[in-house]
Design a protein around this ligand. Structure first.
Ligand SMILES: Nc1ncnc2c1ncn2[C@@H]1O[C@H](COP(=O)(O)OP(=O)(O)OP(=O)(O)O)[C@@H](O)[C@H]1O
Ligand SMILES: [Mg+2]
Length: 207
């Protein structure tokens, strides 16, 4: 069975790629972004190549869509259909870090939600959450959607400034491990990320 993690989040732009790069570098893992929607900016795979360090390996995306919007709509605009059968875990040696697009209920097609594909892979999920206002509701809803599909939750990792009240409420009501919090890094590069990862993330829970 493949080892590794799904890295998902409560929203787009919450820090999934940065965390996934840190995790892939730490584990010496393969990183896979199954569906990339938006090619004009640096892609997530390119960011991971830049931030994860030499121990990580970046696998090719299965779908590369130019339009920066929900994958189901990007595919429709570009005359493609994302099919579940093509979204299978890549074979090969070593752990995998898989980053979903946006959040768990993002549609991949008119009949397929991201979390439904996650459920087929059998990997535990790490949820990346903000610490700002609104995060408790968004994070607990995300955890409920994962639990409803019997997806194992490795824990929640926070991104940004510390907010003990929110972090505590999420891990208490969600009944999931607090995996740590990545602070805002300036500069953000492979060295600062690797150092922050080992000092701020409970790596003993992410074997
Ligand atoms: N710990 C951090 N320190 C500094 N900048 C960060 C950190 N985490 C995230 N960022 C910045 O915030 C932005 C969004 O982060 P990131 O790309 O990781 O989000 P995402 O959840 O992967 O987004 P998407 O849904 O597009 O995949 C990026 O510009 C990234 O460099
Ligand atoms: Mg990303």
């Amino acid at each position: 069975m493949t080892a590794g993690y799904i890295v998902t989040g409560i929203d787009t732009g919450v820090g999934k790629t940065v965390f996934a790069a840190g995790l892939a570098g730490h584990l010496g893992a393969r990183y896979w972004k199954p569906v990339q929607a938006g090619l004009a900016e640096e892609t997530d795979s390119e960011v991971v190549r830049r931030l994860a360090g030499r121990r990580a390996q970046v696998l090719p995306e299965t779908y590369r869509l130019a339009t920066p919007c929900s994958p189901h709509e990007a595919a429709r605009i570009e005359g493609e259909t994302i099919v579940a059968e093509r979204l299978v875990l890549p074979s090969g040696e070593g752990p995998l870090v898989v980053e979903g697009a946006g959040g768990v209920l993002v549609p991949l097609s008119d009949t397929l939600l991201t979390a439904d594909r996650f459920a087929s892979w059998g990997l535990p999920a790490v949820v990346v959450a903000r610490t700002t206002l609104g995060t408790i509701n968004h994070t607990l809803l995300t955890l409920e959607a994962l639990k409803a599909r019997e997806i194992t939750i490795a824990g929640v990792v926070f991104s940004g400034d510390e907010n003990i009240a929110s972090e505590t409420a999420i891990t208490r009501f969600g009944a999931v491990p607090h995996l740590g919090r990545l602070p805002h890094l300036v500069p953000l590069d492979a060295e600062t990320l690797a150092a922050a990862f080992v000092s701020h993330i409970r790596t003993e829970l992410l074997g």
